[in-house]
Design a protein around this ligand. Structure first.
Ligand SMILES: C[S@@+](CC[C@H](N)C(=O)[O-])C[C@H]1O[C@@H](n2cnc3c(N)ncnc32)[C@H](O)[C@@H]1O
Length: 269
């Protein structure tokens, strides 16, 4: 099986996504979404940004590699009666089922960054966006001191080195790489802009309980714990992550609110 698909189907990202709903909705409200705008949410998970876009009247397609998340997204849309929001399986590096020049807006929040072959991903996003349309990416930033970059950094110290040729998803958080990839896909550099923004993880229990959710349901963290356990080091990994989660929590001991910085990229095709 495709290891990228296996990674995201392994856990249950809906459990993490529940802590990201408010920031997802706030971000979507800033995107100037109008009725009937054609929106593709790529690496959409269970619809943290797709559903708010549909609530604003957009015509939304969510595409994700993980079957379980596509099912979860369709269930959430059905429950809300959002007939303008559907989810289907697909791979951001090969969107052959989608026609050229289709979408007014392609949104990918911590989604396409996790697909392999970043140059193909940029090419596909540009191809399916109509001329004059926009692509908005949210990407975690390598070396950033806030939560997610640090989870991935700490975890990588417990896992074996990736296979030869593996391109880290975090490279999407470096402006020069983003420019190189979109320019290679035919976008003029002056059409690419960047800003630093914040996503907040909110959870109605302590940071330790929030970490427990990552350990149980977040594929990349589950893999790190499996690798650490093979060397008898899962206690060390847990301790490092627990310190990190507590250090970044701004909500006291019985609740969790952790802000994390990301790179927001806007590309005009
Ligand atoms: C960190 S989650 C973010 C999900 C969602 N955008 C959100 O904000 O809640 C990353 C998502 O990217 C999806 N993904 C990873 N690789 C992918 C690929 N090659 N094509 C499409 N989706 C992919 C995963 O299945 C997962 O849903």
């Amino acid at each position: 099986m495709n290891p990228n698909k296996a990674l995201w189907e392994k856990g249950d990202f809906t459990r993490i996504a529940e802590s990201m709903r408010e920031s997802g909705e706030a971000l979507v409200k800033k995107l100037g979404i109008t009725k009937a705008l054609k929106v593709l949410d790529l690496g959409c998970g269970d619809g943290t940004t797709a559903l708010p876009a549909a609530r604003l009247g957009a015509d939304v397609l969510g595409v994700d590699i993980a079957r379980n998340l596509v099912e979860a997204g369709n269930k959430r849309a059905l429950k809300e009666g959002l007939t303008n929001c559907t989810f289907q399986e697909g791979d951001a590096s090969d969107l052959r089922e989608l026609k050229d020049d289709t979408f007014d807006l392609v949104v990918t929040i911590f989604g396409a960054m996790f697909a392999p072959k970043p140059f193909e991903v940029a090419k596909e996003m540009v191809r399916v966006t109509r001329p004059g349309g926009r692509i908005v990416m949210g990407n975690w930033i390598p070396g950033d001191p806030t939560l997610v970059a640090q989870i991935l950094k700490i975890s990588s110290a417990y896992t074996p080195p990736p296979p030869e040729g593996f391109v880290s998803p975090m490279t999407w958080g470096v402006e020069a790489n983003v420019i190189e990839r979109f320019v290679a896909a035919g976008v003029p550099e002056e059409n690419i802009s960047f800003e630093r923004a914040t996503y907040t993880f909110d959870f109605p229990d302590s940071p330790s309980e929030f970490l427990a959710v990552f350990e149980k349901y977040y594929g990349p963290t589950m893999n790190a714990f499996e690798a650490a356990a093979a060397n008898g080091r899962e206690g060390d990994l847990h301790a490092e992550l627990e310190t990190l989660f507590k250090m970044h929590n701004v909500a006291g001991d019985d609740a969790t609110s952790i802000p994390a910085t990301y790179l927001r990229v806007t590309v005009v095709r």
